[in-house]
Design a protein around this ligand. Structure first.
Ligand SMILES: Cc1cc2nc3c(=O)[nH]c(=O)nc-3n(C[C@H](O)[C@H](O)[C@H](O)COP(=O)(O)O)c2cc1C
Ligand SMILES: [Mn+2]
Length: 513
């Protein structure tokens, strides 16, 4: 089942006992985030069969939360809605993420139709793909209420997550810094268009509120929003931009997906959703947004004006430092009659973004396997906060194969940010940190089996010597073979044979346990 909008998803979670409505009055400044941080570490509510790939962390996430009584706003705040495996699976309408992986595998299987008959057979599949594209309609619920002159960001229940958020000048405050608030829009899709091709992009980037109609856009230089902005800036033109809150629950997921540039997030969302996303033209900018959204903020990004954005308590578990980011001027806020405001917090894992990331890890496995045929499976362990660590499993056939895999990962889209890659053999469980670290400890000679390379790094990594660049390490924790440097006789690893395991299994009750 796929949901049409955020509120139908929330209602369904409520019926399933996976939502807590908080009726007590709460402050959008720091209080909502502190409650959410605590809840996200609690046992997951509802049906929590842990995924086979993550039995250890798979049962966290608490409840989805709906704060119905937020100080100084009439609009309720929904948070931690995607913050468990079960809720993530429900949002995507699958029983397990591998279902999507299989569909993507089918789509991209490098199959050349050989005869006319094969060509005909392929046609419906391609025609179907086209039907997943977004469709523009005339009217939409997201515009039931329209504010233009009266549009005011401060009327929305935008949260402050961490104590020093937005306190530019905690550090060296530049003379021209305009004081921003500590309030951030954290769970929206940022809609932009390539000025050359008209191609749409949707990315999830945080937005810092400065005043009624002023905000700062925090897109990383490697991301598509920044790429679009560079094009407008070089033309000297302002960029139309919409901030979309809510809509089909697949949308926030699609906005975080590491799709290649110019691959449409809306088409991808439609494909995952089994039906195209309906869009409606904005009121004040040349842009189209999902009709089923809760709230849409329209405006323009100034090609010349920057604001001192940050600091912001980030998913690294640290504050990302203040820096200059483009200024966004609001021209309209539209919303449905009784909207809900979606938010998230990021911080030390696990938070809601962990489950979005895990969905991506599973869904993108087939694509990664095509890019890197040696790769059997991989995992982004929770402690690594996405970019810090990747565990990879291979079946080794030739010397230095792990090195080839490491290089390929550093060349595969956003995987280039992987700061530490550990490659293990086929019998190691990459989803079991102990198992990986055991083999790393046992199998690695640090001089022979590691490679350190300079390259692009996540801009949020505060340990890199330069902004966005630094060193990464690849660790070959596979069994070493001839051709991989000096390798003495390699001992057998301890394993109990299948026969004796079966014998013990069959006789288990006889032993009196
Ligand atoms: C909760 C959350 C917050 C994020 N915040 C930002 C952000 O502020 N800036 C940014 O550039 N990327 C951020 N990201 C990552 C991007 O959404 C992600 O890399 C996405 O693939 C970018 O899409 P794009 O390639 O179309 O730009 C965030 C991701 C999540 C899950
Ligand atoms: Mn993109």
């Amino acid at each position: 089942m796929s949901y049409t909008d955020l509120q139908s998803f929330i209602n369904d979670l409520d019926e399933r006992g996976q939502l807590k409505r908080v009726r007590a009055e709460v402050d959008s400044i720091l209080e909502i985030s502190a409650i959410t941080d605590r809840v996200s570490r609690m046992p997951a509510a509802g049906d929590t069969a842990p995924p086979h790939t993550d039995p250890v962390h798979g049962q966290q996430g608490g409840h989805a939360l709906l704060f119905e009584n937020v100080i100084s706003s009439d609009i309720p705040v929904a948070i931690n809605v995607f913050g468990s495996y079960e809720r993530m699976r429900l949002a995507l309408g699958v029983r397990n993420f591998e279902e999507f992986a299989d569909r993507i595998q089918d789509l991209i299987k490098p199959q050349m139709p050989t005869g006319l008959l094969d060509k005909m057979k392929k046609l419906p599949q391609l025609a179907k793909l086209a039907s997943f594209g977004p469709k523009v309609v005339k009217r939409g619920q997201c515009q039931e209420v329209i504010h233009t002159d009266g549009a005011n960001l401060l009327d929305l229940p935008i949260i402050q997550c961490w104590p020093y958020d937005g306190q530019a000048g905690f550090g060296a405050k530049p003379a021209d810094a305009i004081g921003g608030t500590g309030r951030y829009i954290t769970f929206s899709g940022i809609y932009t268009k390539d000025p050359d091709s008209g191609e749409r992009n949707v990315g999830m980037y945080r937005v810092q509120v400065f005043s009624e109609k002023l905000a700062a856009m925090h897109w990383h230089m490697h991301h598509d929003g920044a790429r679009h902005f560079r094009k407008y800036k070089s033309r000297g033109e302002k960029m139309p931009l919409a901030i979309v809150l809510g809509g089909e629950p697949i949308l926030p997921y699609a906005a975080t997906c590491p799709l290649p540039p110019d691959m449409s997030e809306l088409l991808f969302a439609g494909f995952l959703n089994n039906g195209g996303i309906d869009l409606v033209p904005c009121q004040t900018i040349p842009m189209e947004v999902p009709v089923n959204a809760e709230i849409v903020i329209e405006g323009w990004v100034d090609p010349e004006q920057t604001l001192i954005e940050g600091p912001f308590g980030d998913h690294t578990g640290f504050y990302s430092l203040a820096d200059r980011y483009p200024a966004f001027h609001v021209t309209a806020i539209t919303h449905r009659r009784n909207p809900v405001f979606p938010a998230t917090i990021v911080g030390k894992p696990p938070q809601e973004d962990y489950y979005l990331g895990k969905a991506t890890e599973r869904i993108f496995l087939p694509l990664l396997k095509i890019l890197i045929p040696s790769l059997i499976d991989y995992s982004l362990p929770q402690f690594g906060a996405f970019h810090n660590c990747v565990f990879v499993k291979i079946r080794k056939h030739y010397p230095m194969q792990a090195r080839a895999v490491i290089s390929s990962i550093w060349g595969a889209g956003q995987m280039m940010f992987a700061k530490m890659i550990v490659v293990v053999d086929e019998h190691v469980d990459v989803h079991d940190e102990q198992d990986v670290l055991f083999h790393m400890g046992a199998n690695v000679d640090w001089r022979r089996d590691t490679v350190i390379a300079d390259g692009p790094c996540d801009v949020l990594d505060h340990a890199t010597p330069y902004y966005g660049t630094g060193a990464k390490i690849g660790i070959d924790a596979t069994e070493k073979i001839a051709g991989e440097g000096v390798v003495r006789e390699w001992p057998e690893e301890l394993h109990i044979s299948d026969e004796i395991k079966q014998l013990v299994e069959n006789r288990w009750s006889e032993y009196g346990f």
